[in-house]
Ligand binder design. Structure first.
Ligand SMILES: NC(=O)c1ccc[n+]([C@@H]2O[C@H](COP(=O)([O-])OP(=O)(O)OC[C@H]3O[C@@H](n4cnc5c(N)ncnc54)[C@H](O)[C@@H]3O)[C@@H](O)[C@H]2O)c1
Length: 246
């Protein structure tokens, strides 16, 4: 799919990978709906896009809320007339206190954002894209979904769920001309790691991995590039692409 002239929704676009992808989509000529619960981070993303003569609007959207997701698509259609591209990217870790001390509330939140948000975002995307004759959806998984994360098993489980969900959505390419794929990043330099700890320093259990892989931590732009590849390449359907150093 050519990106120029299309309308894209990016969740979690107020920071990190979502912001880098929103900027990359806008640079290729898409109108971008910056969806996030953080208005300040989203304002920075919108400002960077419009400052470079791109098109972007912020819509406050909490991907755990069916009402909020429904509203996101209504706002996107009102702003730009339809939706062609959706990047379901918002995600969190349980942070501290880590498993099994993580609170029930945090476990529910993590599950609802990482897995439920992707599922509900995809559902709404399909209904919006049918009106346009097709579209492209990309979800954010993680290499943690293929491994074990004893300090945050909810994270690895939800990311595995994103992979399985993405693969199960492959038939939408045949039935509705909607391609669903997922990126599976290794470690990426974003605020995500600090959010596992006190907001300034990553959690003590994550520090050894960060130190061990210090020279392999990717910039968020590397993930954005993989997302754009999926959108552009019409042959990609139900694929999970690992984006991590060898
Ligand atoms: N950073 C990494 O090392 C890494 C590795 C693999 C996968 N990922 C995944 O990449 C995605 C993006 O992470 P990031 O590293 O850019 O993190 P980040 O913390 O920099 O950005 C996440 C964004 O999601 C937003 N968000 C949180 N809860 C939300 C909700 N309920 N509704 C809408 N938006 C919400 C946050 O406000 C934030 O702007 C996540 O799904 C994460 O699991 C990150």
């Amino acid at each position: 799919m050519e990106i120029e002239g299309k309308v894209a929704i990016v969740t979690g676009a107020g920071s990190g990978i979502g912001r880098a992808t929103a900027l990359a989509l806008a640079a290729e000529g898409a109108s971008v709906v910056v969806a996030d619960i953080d208005p300040e981070g989203a304002a920075v993303t919108v400002g960077e896009i419009t400052g470079a003569d791109g098109a972007a609007v912020f819509v406050h959207a909490d991907v755990t809320s069916p009402e909020s997701i429904r509203n996101l698509f209504i706002e996107a259609e009102a702003a730009y007339g339809g939706v062609d591209i959706v990047y379901n990217n918002a995600g969190i870790s349980s942070g501290e206190p880590h498993w099994p001390e993580a609170s029930l509330e945090r476990i529910a939140e993590e599950t609802h954002i990482n897995a439920g948000g992707v599922m509900m975002g995809t559902r709404e995307a399909v209904h919006a894209m049918r009106k346009r004759g097709g579209g492209a959806i990309v979800n954010t998984a993680s290499v943690a979904g293929d491994g074990h994360l004893p300090f945050d098993p909810m994270y690895s489980a939800t990311k595995k769920a994103v992979m399985s969900f993405t693969q199960s959505c492959a038939p939408l390419a045949q039935s509705d001309n909607i391609r669903v794929n997922a990126v599976s990043p290794g470690m990426v330099r974003t605020a995500f790691q600090r959010k596992t700890g006190d907001g300034e320093t990553p959690a003590s259990w994550l520090l050894p991995s960060i130190e061990r892989h210090a020279d392999q931590i990717l910039p968020p732009e590397a993930i954005a590039e993989a997302v754009l590849d999926f959108i552009k390449d019409d042959s990609k359907v139900g694929e999970i692409r690992t984006v991590a150093p060898d």
